[in-house]
Write a protein that binds this ligand. Structure first.
Ligand code: MG
Ligand code: ZN
Length: 219
């Protein structure tokens, strides 16, 4: 019964996501849906990505949070357009919220749209936003067992960032075991161990993102 109640909502979401997709396609905008737990470093990864790609691409950000606009303020301080969505309790973004947020962005002047989803490893995966790719971030302090406990988000993500590798010595985190359990769920996923604090490994994430943007432009 629960599944029957849930399905019409998801169908509506998918339809609006497809509309978002064609609107964004028309403007040649690459859209990344970035998901993670609270505190994994979504905003830090976005800020680092902006720092390294802002001379090459026009970037904008949509920030999803239950409340507050601290993250979008941090993005705007960098001179980058950012639209804050406050879900007022909902633990994920949906395609209708994105459609609304797009009205506040100049899509003619945009190459990359980074969407920071609400901090949550579970239900954002059920709601397509019209993105070209999904990426997720796991941070070292969260533990290497998360692919076993939350398989869905690892299955749906094309890129998996392992953030805060600089604190690896202080945590009992088995990187090989982590990568092995990711591989079982999603053999095609790219895994990027990095630290936004030290900058180590960030270049591989940036190379991947640039390759995605450029391959979309060729089609
Ligand atoms: Mg954030
Ligand atoms: Zn939710």
């Amino acid at each position: 019964m629960k599944i029957e109640l849930h399905k019409p909502i998801l169908d509506l979401n998918d339809r609006l996501a497809a509309e978002n997709r064609s609107l964004l396609d028309k403007h040649g905008i690459f859209v990344l849906n970035l998901m993670a737990s609270p505190g994994a470093g979504k905003t830090s990864v976005i800020l680092k990505t902006i720092e390294l790609l802002r001379d090459r691409y026009h970037i904008a950000v949509i920030e999803g949070d239950i409340a507050g606009d601290i993250d979008s303020q941090r993005i705007r301080e960098q001179g980058i357009p950012a639209v804050q969505i406050n879900t007022g309790g909902a633990c994920h973004l949906d395609s209708k919220m994105i459609r609304k947020a797009l009205e506040f962005l100049d899509m003619n002047k945009l190459d990359i749209l980074l969407i920071e989803n609400v901090g949550n490893l579970v239900c954002p995966i059920d709601f397509s936003l019209g993105e070209n790719a999904r990426a997720m971030i796991l941070s070292v302090p969260e533990g290497d067992d998360k692919p076993i406990k939350y398989p869905g988000i690892f299955e749906t993500s094309s890129a998996i960032i392992l953030n805060k590798t600089d604190v690896m010595p202080y945590f009992n985190f088995d990187e090989d075991a982590f990568v092995a359990s990711v591989r079982l769920l999603n053999p095609a996923a790219m895994v990027f161990p990095l630290s936004t604090t030290t900058g180590n490994g960030v270049e591989h994430w940036i190379e991947w993102l640039v390759a995605q943007v450029e391959s979309m432009r060729l089609t």
